[in-house]
Design a protein around this ligand. Structure first.
Ligand code: AMP
Ligand code: ZN
Length: 115
């Protein structure tokens, strides 16, 4: 838990969110500024600033986030067949909130390479 972290506050319920999933290690909520018909933010409950800060011992937590993504994808018709899972690591990659999170996006066609 980081006192100044937006996503820690969301996990703690101090800032409201539309929760879609929670388990022992992960928490997921609707993105406030959706980039696709389904846009869910999935975070580990442990505060880790970015994927670059992940270390030995975080394997279970990061694995849990991916399994949560798989479960959440089955909750929405738009993501049952196909979805994109994105992690922005560092400011140049587009990271704006420094608590590891994965974007689960679905319900539209995606291009490659990403912008
Ligand atoms: P990133 O740019 O990869 O760090 O992603 C941060 C994401 O958090 C963006 O897609 C924002 O729209 C989203 N976001 C920021 N504040 C909130 C909030 N209060 N509730 C839900 N999503 C948020
Ligand atoms: Zn945090």
């Amino acid at each position: 838990m980081s006192e100044s972290c937006l996503f820690c506050k969301i996990i703690e319920g101090k800032i409201p969110s539309v929760k879609v999933y929670e388990d022992e290690k992960t928490f997921a909520f609707k993105d406030i500024n959706p980039q696709a018909p389904v846009h869910i933010v999935i975070v580990p409950k442990k505060h880790i600033a970015s994927l670059a800060e992940a270390d030995c011992g975080d394997e279970e937590i990061l694995g849990a986030v991916q399994v949560a993504a798989s479960k959440i994808s089955k909750m929405f018709d738009e993501t049952k067949q196909s979805f994109r899972l994105v992690n922005n690591c560092g400011a140049d990659a587009g990271q704006t909130v420094f608590h590891i999170h994965y974007h689960l996006l679905g319900g539209r066609q995606f291009g490659w390479p990403p912008g």
